[in-house]
Ligand binder design. Structure first.
Ligand SMILES: [Zn+2]
Length: 236
C-alpha cells in the first residue's frame, strides 16, 4: 500500500522532479487518501491495519469503477484506480474489470495489489505489468558491505559513478544473484529507516529493469552502466 501511494504521488506530484516532494497539495492529499483522482477499491470490511479475509471486491464496486473510468478526470493529471486486494475479487467483478482494463485510456491507470501474479485470474494478470516487491526474510551475507555500496552510489551524481561499475560482477549469472541480494538489502534498509521509501522504490525499479535487460540477454556491462547512469536514484 505504501508503494502504491508513492507511485500515485510520482504520477501526480506538482513538483516535476524524479521523486515526489511530499509537500505539494497533491502529495499531501494522496497521503490522506483524499485526492479526487485516486479511486481506492477495497474489499468490504477491509481496513489498512486489520484486514480479515471475509471481504471480497464485488461487481457493484467494479461497476462504479467503470462509471468513473468513463468520466473525465476530476483534476489535471492521471486518474488512478488503486485496487488494494486484487486477489479477493469475485469472478464477476474481475470479468467486468477486464473489459475496462482492455479498453484502456491514456490518462487512467490501474494499480492492483496482490501477493502474487498467480493469486489473480490469468486473464487479468496478462493485461497488467508485474512489479514484484520481495519479502525480506533472508539476511544476505556481508550485509554491511552492500549497505555501504548502495549508500555510496546513491550519494554520487550519475556522471560520477564510473568507478562503481567495476564493483559489480561481470557475468550474467552472478549479476542476477547480486540484483537479488541488493533488493533484499534495499528492503532491509527500508525497514530500518536507513533509506527514504521514495529512493528505495526507485532503486528497486532500477534493479528490476537491469534484471529484465539481463534476461533479454543484454550485455552485463552495458546493463550495469544503464542502471547506474540512467536509473539508480541520486539523493542530493
Ligand atoms: Zn508533491
Amino acid at each position: 500500500m505504501l508503494h502504491a501511494l508513492i507511485q500515485s504521488k510520482l504520477a501526480l506530484c506538482l513538483e516535476k522532479n524524479s521523486l515526489p516532494c511530499d509537500f505539494c497539495e497533491n502529495c499531501t492529499r494522496i497521503e490522506k487518501k483524499a485526492h479526487p483522482n485516486i479511486h481506492i477499491v477495497e474489499p468490504a470490511g477491509a481496513n489498512e491495519e486489520e484486514f480479515t479475509n471475509e471481504g471480497t471486491i464485488k461487481i457493484e464496486q467494479i461497476r462504479s469503477v467503470i462509471e468513473e473510468h468513463s468520466k473525465a478526470n476530476f483534476e489535471q493529471g492521471p486518474a488512478i484506480f488503486l485496487i488494494t486486494h486484487m486477489h479477493f475479487m469475485t469472478k464477476n467483478a474481475s470479468n467486468a474489470l477486464l473489459k475496462v482494463i482492455e479498453n484502456g485510456s491514456a490518462h487512467k491507470f490501474f494499480l492492483c495489489l496482490a501477493p502474487s501474479k498467480r493469486s489473480i485470474p490469468a486473464t487479468v494478470a496478462s493485461r497488467l505489468i508485474e512489479h514484484r516487491l520481495r519479502p525480506t526474510l533472508v539476511e544476505p551475507q556481508n550485509l554491511e558491505n552492500k549497505i555501504n555500496l548502495i549508500s555510496k552510489i546513491i550519494s554520487l551524481k550519475p556522471q560520477k559513478r564510473f568507478s562503481e561499475v567495476s564493483k559489480f560482477p561481470t557475468t550474467k549469472r552472478e549479476l542476477l544473484i547480486e540484483v537479488d541480494s541488493l533488493l533484499v538489502v534495499t528492503h532491509h534498509m527500508l525497514r530500518k529507516f536507513e533509506i527514504d521509501p521514495k529512493v528505495a522504490l526507485l532503486l528497486s525499479d532500477s534493479l528490476f529493469s537491469m534484471e529484465k535487460a539481463l534476461r533479454r540477454n543484454a550485455n552485463p556491462r552495458l546493463a550495469i552502466e544503464d542502471m547506474l547512469f540512467n536509473r539508480w536514484p541520486y539523493r542530493s
